[in-house]
Design a protein around this ligand. Structure first.
Ligand SMILES: CC(C)(COP(=O)(O)OP(=O)(O)OC[C@H]1O[C@@H](n2cnc3c(N)ncnc32)[C@H](O)[C@@H]1OP(=O)(O)O)[C@@H](O)C(=O)NCCC(=O)NCCS
Length: 154
């Protein structure tokens, strides 16, 4: 079970568009429209022994309308694990790999916006060393999100 990251492909992005999470994670259900945005370099595929199991997104694609403004010194991040393999610690292992990879690539701080009721994701972020720094209401539907940040030491 070796995790790795790879550039997103059309095939994997199309698979993501078909993913369906159950409530309360259904807010993260992607749409067909999102395939193009996943191919602009903002998304990386997460592979487990070569099998596609999730993705990480960086920058604008991981921000939530109504949330904090972009900052040059902070990289916004988001992660998604395939719905049929949730809660198998893939998110934790992939998160550790992403931190290591982004640190080596020169990123100095990370920020994640997570739905306040998304206990699994908040636990994951805290486990990975993120601290809550604020909250906001999404402009789309007024749902509350928490903002978590983590520095990456050089
Ligand atoms: C959030 C997500 C990436 C976590 O990945 P995962 O592989 O499911 O989670 P893990 O198995 O690594 O567990 C992470 C933490 O959640 C906890 N957890 C697992 N299942 C849970 C559940 N059903 N309810 C609450 N907590 C749960 C685990 O115990 C663990 O916490 P711990 O380290 O304190 O024990 C994944 O659930 C996902 O893709 N969700 C949909 C998209 C999303 O929420 N993205 C995050 C916003 S950017």
């Amino acid at each position: 079970m070796t995790l790795s990251l790879a550039p997103m492909t059309v095939d994997w992005a199309s698979q993501i568009a078909d993913w369906r999470y159950e409530a309360p994670l259904d807010i993260y259900n992607p749409s067909l429209d999102s395939v193009g945005a996943m191919l602009d370099g903002s998304h990386l595929a997460i592979l487990d022994d070569g099998e596609f199991v999730g993705f990480v997104c960086l920058g604008v694609e991981s921000r939530v309308p109504g949330g904090p403004e972009p900052r040059d010194d902070v990289t916004d991040v988001g992660i998604g694990i395939r719905p049929d393999v949730l809660s198998e610690r893939l998110g934790t292992r992939a998160g550790e790999l992403v931190l290591e990879t982004l640190q080596m690539a020169g990123h100095t701080a990370l920020r994640a916006s997570v739905l306040a009721t998304n206990e699994r994701s908040i636990r994951l972020a805290v486990r990975l060393g993120f601290c809550e720094t604020g909250s906001f209401l999404a402009s789309r539907d007024g749902s509350r999100f928490v903002v978590l940040e983590r520095e990456l030491l050089a």
